[in-house]
Write a protein that binds this ligand. Sequence first.
Ligand SMILES: Nc1ncnc2c1ncn2[C@@H]1O[C@H](COP(=O)(O)OP(=O)(O)OP(=O)(O)O)[C@@H](O)[C@H]1O
Ligand SMILES: [Mg+2]
Length: 434
Amino acid sequence: MEPSTTGESAKSHRNHTIKHHSLHSQLHVHHHGILSSTSILIIIISTISVVLVLTIFLIIAMLRRLKSSKNRGSCRDLSSCNTSKSVAHNTISFTSSPDVNGGCLYGSNLGHKPPSKYKGVQVFTYKELEIATNKFSASNVIGNGGYGVVYRGTLSDGTVAAIKMLHREGKQGERAFRVEVDLLSRLHSPYLVDLLGYCADQNHRLLIFEFMHNGSLQHHLHHKQYRPLEWGTRLRIALGCARALEFLHEHTIPAVIHRDFKCSNILLDQDFRAKVSDFGLAKMGSDRINGQNLTRVLGTTGYLAPEYASTGKLTTKSDVYSYGVVLLQILTGRIPIDTKRPSGEHVLVSWALPRLTNRDKVMEMIDPALQGQYLMKDLIQVAAIAAVCVQPEADYRPLMTDVVQSLVPLVKNLSSVSSTGSSRFMNQSSPRPM
Ligand SMILES: Nc1ncnc2c1ncn2[C@@H]1O[C@H](COP(=O)(O)OP(=O)(O)OP(=O)(O)O)[C@@H](O)[C@H]1O
Ligand SMILES: [Mg+2]
């Protein structure tokens, strides 16, 4: 029995083993079935996620492309592309100082953006400018300065322009050309003479400016053939120039130092509104070393701040000093250095400074052509501004914003007085016939 039992048991064991084996293999097959469907699920999920992520990336890339192509489309000329940031900044900042409305000064909206007819800085060929000036004929010469000859010309679209042909020799001329094109294609203000275009054809270097019908302040103050400017016109010019420097110093990033601010660089339009020109010597604040520019002394004798003339230390306060000299010219009708005058009166600033804060002496130093046109309190105020601008200590000179703030009420008052009919403030200011 035993063996049979053993035989049965062995059989049953074998059966069990077979059963177990078949169960195991069943289980095994079943187990394999579960694994492959999980892997399929994982594969499907990961494929879907990869496709999803790729699609999101693609959409983002397409949106970016669309945006950048839009920006490129709105930026038609080089100057506007390079400078949109600066122009935008200036546009915003410009609104910050008070404006005088009512047509007595400049329309308050003028400073907010370039004029609507503004076409950007154009590139001209030499041939085009030859045609505009009738082959640079002598009869079209309107001025002759240190850097070149200025011609009146008519461009092909009929615009009358001032065309400055720069002297070819010297590095300074080339630098002046580049600085002027670079700065003026970025800066737009109703207080700066607009650059319409330039020509860099072979070795010709020309700058094309908006034409300023009444020439320079220098002519109107110091050339006998012009009728003397009236007090009201002088005050408006003083405010216009102050706004120009305020714009350069305080509303432009980085600040721009004009470096050659003087009466011959203040031009007057048909309504005797002042605009500042000649940026060939200008320095940008970004050129600074330790907060100041140490530079070669360039500019015009009689207008140079003492610290700049003696050490080359150039700051925006150097322009403030030059502005003070111009204000003294406006008040006195004198030129900055006049060796024909008695000794002690050669240098305008040295002669004027001790007199500016003395009521009686201020009256004595005023341009005789202005007699009876001004209010005493206005005269004293303008004299005080001039005094503070030309003081030897640069740090004590005011910011141009302060000068603007001081002049605005005087000009405002001027227009209210003139609108009530006071003949003292009526403006004529057309040049006498030559
Ligand atoms: N945009 C303009 N519109 C009308 N006249 C102008 C214009 N630009 C210059 N002029 C005339 O040309 C003259 C000469 O200008 P220019 O800037 O060449 O010399 P400057 O200012 O007299 O001296 P500097 O070379 O030292 O600046 C001016 O005084 C002005 O009469
Ligand atoms: Mg000039």
